[in-house]
Every structure is written in structure tokens, then in C-alpha cells.
Design a protein around this ligand. Structure first.
Ligand code: SIN
Length: 508
């Protein structure tokens, strides 16, 4: 079947858009891996929404703008905070089971929020519950088809208009085109570019890379959020230890057992994420360690297991009992504030190409995302994009040329990820960025049809180079972007960086 609408990505944003589109035509939703391998499904921390009795939409707006450090698009922020409550109500009607205090929804606290406004599900499995609810709803709609293990390699473009996408079949090595009247990229983030990341393996920046190659405008790629507390156990993935742990009173201590956040921020453990992440790096360096400790041992015994079952069980699996000992933690790449430039309704700079979720840069997060705003973003902007795409229903469908072989970088993925970490992560400067760009430019490439892993590596290299180019020209520090050689925030840079294929980075 040739669908009317193609949705690439089956996290919260993609599924929400598909539900919205279902009354306008046939919708095909594709996931690169199992549909449970999305950043949404991994999201523990919660979903921020101004629904509690003592909260106000204006306060959520204010906190989001403050976190964004002067770069939020105020209209996008208003859309998020104003449409958020209705989006959550809709999800409740479709059966989402958020945690409750008796009959009432239970609202938790996280860093840089002025009110308790974070909803959770099963303590620390919020994204999974939201994705489950949306999947069930989407799968019940006769017009929606969901296919997993379907990897996109490029967009199809005819006369500057996006006409669908190409998918790679690992077995036959064939490239298959899927045409559609409108295409949505809801492919999530790019954390896997970095050696240390909280993201699932699928987060290889595919959406940003294919949109760039197709000619779309990208924005604010230099702003990558590093979560302060990922579990640091040698050989294990950097499992996220949610900010909600600190929201519930967990302390950060250095390896000598001293609390240290008072040296870095009056907000202590609940300071903005970038401040806490840099404080951890500084404190680890000061004490000659590669980590600090996240300590819950002063909280009542059994609390961690009841309130954070997944986190407790995972730490236990790696030999750490949070009731009796602190967990070693380190910052890890977590969320991309930048991405494919997108209007409020998800429209890209290319006709018939739409974006929603982490791959999009609507400007809603500015230079730094407020904790737990991204699941809400997926719901609100997924619905807006789905609704906007309906205008293409019943319009003529165009074709496009299927690309043949691609050029694949001849380098190990682990080398790329280590380079990204060493030269373009929390602390940046001209020397490191120049050096990274030179090293990437010298990587040889070879043509071929590739494999899924090679297509991912190609995308990761492309996106890393774009991040480094944008980071190099932003000669200031703002939000998550910290330049050791330009530590001040500069008014002249209160602009979005923009980049398109074949052009230099510019600011707008
Ligand atoms: C967390 O639980 O700390 C992550 C939540 C988020 O990134 O919004």
C-alpha cells in the first residue's frame, strides 16, 4: 500500500501525529527497530504540565523561558504550556495510568521548576506508559499501519518537494522507496553520537542527517543537553538516574563523601541541568576521579524501590543497593535542543516535509530544555504537525529519484563517539573543535549499499560535523553550549544558528 502520509518514528510524537492524521487518509508509521526502542519509551523522569491546584500555565511558561537562556521562541513555548493540559487530559481518556496520590494526580518536582508539576507513571517509566497508550490508540485505528525494523536511509525529493523516503532492507540489501503526500520525521535524537549517552542505540541523528542532505534548514545544533546523572559502571550502558531522585531529596557528593553543589549554585542539587553537569565535571576533576556520587541513603529504607522501581532494580543488577550505598554518576549526552528548523505546525523549509519531537527545532527549548518538557513537546507538537499535514490529503502524489549507492565513512563507531566526547561535549573551545573538524574531514569514505549500521554511522558523522561547525561559530556560552574560550553570554549571539547544505553557518 502506498500511504497518504508517512510517519517516520514511533515514539510519542510520531504516534500522536498518526492518530491525528488517521481521519484524513492512510497512515504508515515506521520504526527503525522495535517500537519500544525510542527515546520516549526510555524516558523515566516524567511529563511537565501545569495541572496541579497550585500551578499556573504562566509559571510553566516562565520556567521554560528561563531555562532556555534567552533563545526560546515565545510563541512555541506558549503553544506547549497552553495546549499541554488538554493533551494530557486526552491521554488520560485513552487510558494512560499516571501515578496518583489517592484519587488525585501526583505531581513531583524537578530542577528549575517553580512548582511541583511533573507527572510520572509507575514511578520511573513515564515515557513507556505514554508510548503504550498512544500505540494502543493508534493500532486501533483502521487507517494506521505500524511497521517495525524498517530503517530509512534518505528522503525522496522531486523538484525541491519531499515525496517520501527510502528504506533499506538488510537481508536483500535493497533500497525501497515509499511515496507519500506528506512525510513526518519524528525520529528522535542523536545522543548516540557521544561516547556517554542516556539515549537508546537508535538515537543516531538520522532525521537531522537526511533532512540536511535533502536541503532542509537546520537550527541550533550546538545546543546538546548533557544529563548530570548517568550511572557509571564500567562496561554497562550509561543508565539514566532521573532528576526526580534529586527532586525527592537525593544528594550529590564527591568521592570524599562531601556535598559540593553549594560551591556551584544556590539552588544546590536542583540547579539547572547544565550547571549541575558542569559542576560534576569540575568536582570530579578537583578530586581526581571520573565520577561523583548520587546518595539516597539518608532517605527512608525502601523508598527508592517503591518510588523508582526501574532505577532501583537496574542499580541492584549492577551491584548497587541504593538503600545502603550511593551510585557513581557522570554526565551523559541526553537531548538535542536543535534539529531541523520547524514552524509551530511542524513545517520544515521543504514543502511536504514535517517534523515533530526531538528531531524538530521549533525553538521551544531555546538553549537548554527544562526537565520533563520533552514528552509534552511530543504530544503537543505531534498533534499540531499531524493536523497541519492533513492539508495535503487528496493532492496529487509525486515521485522522486531513488538514490543509488552512498558514501560510507571508513572509521570505527567507537572512534567517532570518543572524538565527539573529547572534543565537542560539555566543555568546548576553538582548539578542540578545529581539531575535531580536521579529523572528521580526513576520514576516508567508500561507496556501497551499506548496512543499517553503516547508514547510521554515515548519519552520526554528518551530524557531529554539523554540531561542531555550529559550536565553533557560537563564540559565547549560553545554556548547554559552554565555550572555555568564550565563557560569557553575549547579547550579539541572542540568535539562532542556521545551516543548510552547501552553505556556511549563519545567525538569525
Ligand atoms: C530525568 O528524569 O531526569 C529526565 C527527564 C527529562 O530529561 O526531561
Amino acid at each position: 500500500m502506498t500511504p497518504d502520509f508517512l510517519v517516520i518514528g514511533a515514539g510519542v510524537a510520531g504516534l500522536q501525529a498518526a492518530i491525528e492524521l488517521a481521519d484524513a487518509g492512510d497512515v504508515l508509521v515506521v520504526a527503525k527497530d522495535s517500537i519500544w526502542e525510542s527515546s520516549s519509551a526510555y524516558a523515566q523522569g516524567g511529563v511537565a504540565v501545569a495541572l496541579s491546584d497550585d500551578d499556573e500555565i504562566a509559571l510553566h511558561e516562565q520556567d521554560t523561558l528561563a531555562a532556555g537562556d534567552g533563545l526560546c521562541d515565545p510563541v512555541a513555548v506558549q503553544a506547549l504550556v497552553q495546549q499541554g493540559p488538554a493533551a494530557i487530559q486526552r491521554l488520560l481518556e485513552w487510558g494512560a495510568a499516571f501515578d496518583r496520590d489517592g484519587m488525585k494526580l501526583a505531581f513531583g518536582r524537578e530542577g528549575a521548576h517553580s512548582r511541583n508539576r511533573i507527572l510520572h507513571a509507575n514511578g520511573d517509566s513515564t515515557g513507556r506508559e505514554m508510548a503504550r497508550t498512544l500505540y494502543q490508540k493508534a493500532a486501533s485505528l483502521p487507517n494506521v499501519r505500524i511497521e517495525s525494523f524498517t530503517a530509512m536511509t534518505d528522503l525522496l525529493v522531486a523538484n525541491g518537494t519531499v515525496t517520501g523516503a527510502v528504506f533499506f532492507d538488510e537481508l536483500s540489501q535493497n533500497l525501497t522507496p515509499v511515496y507519500a503526500r506528506a512525510t513526518l520525521l519524528a525520529t528522535g535524537g542523536m545522543g548516540r553520537i557521544y561516547r556517554d549517552t542516556t539515549n537508546p542505540d537508535v538515537a543516531t541523528g538520522d532525521g537531522v542527517a537526511v533532512a540536511y542532505r535533502a536541503g532542509a534548514e537546520l537550527s541550533d545544533l550546538e545546543f546538546v543537553q548533557f544529563h548530570p546523572t548517568a550511572l557509571l559502571v564500567p562496561g554497562a550502558p550509561r543508565f539514566l538516574l532521573s532528576e526526580a531522585l534529586r527532586g525527592e531529596g537525593a544528594f550529590l557528593r564527591n568521592v570524599k563523601g562531601e556535598r559540593f553543589m553549594d560551591r556551584y549554585s544556590p539552588m544546590l542539587e536542583l540547579a539547572p541541568r547544565d550547571v549541575v553537569a558542569r559542576a560534576i565535571v569540575a568536582e570530579a576533576q578537583r578530586t581526581g576521579a571520573d565520577h561523583v556520587l548520587l546518595d539516597l541513603t539518608h532517605l527512608p529504607k525502601g523508598f527508592a524501590e517503591t518510588r523508582f522501581p526501574r532505577i532501583y532494580a537496574t542499580c541492584k543488577q549492577f551491584g548497587i543497593d541504593l538503600d545502603t550505598e550511593p551510585a557513581p554518576v557522570t554526565p551523559a549526552a541526553h537531548y538535542a535542543m536543535g534539529g531541523v528548523r520547524s514552524g509551530l505546525s511542524g513545517m520544515s523549509s521543504l514543502p511536504r516535509l514535517y517534523l515533530a519531537g526531538e528531531v524538530a527545532c521549533t525553538g521551544v527549548h531555546g538553549a537548554n530544555r527544562l526537565a520533563s518538557n520533552s514528552l509534552l513537546e511530543g504530544l503537543v507538537f505531534g498533534a499540531l504537525a499531524g493536523s497541519a499535514m492533513k492539508r495535503w490529503a487528496k493532492t496529487p502524489m509525486e515521485r522522486g529519484e531513488v538514490p543509488g549507492e552512498a558514501e560510507f565513512p571508513q572509521m570505527e563507531e567507537s572512534t567517532l563517539r570518543s572524538l565527539a566526547w573529547e572534543k565537542c561535549s560539555l566543555l568546548r573551545d576553538r582548539h578542540r573543535l578545529d581539531c575535531l573538524l580536521r579529523q572528521l574531514a580526513n576520514v576516508p569514505s567508500a561507496p556501497g549499499r551499506g548496512s543499517r549500521a553503516l547508514h547510521e554511522l554515515r548519519n552520526m558523522k554528518q551530524v557531529l560535523e554539523l554540531i561542531a561547525r555550529c559550536a565553533l561559530v557560537r563564540e559565547e556560552s549560553r545554556g548547554a553550549h559552554h565555550r572555555l574560550d568564550f565563557p560569557e553570554t553575549k547579547e550579539a549571539f541572542r540568535k539562532h544558528s542556521l545551516i543548510t547544505l552547501g552553505s556556511e553557518v549563519r545567525f538569525d
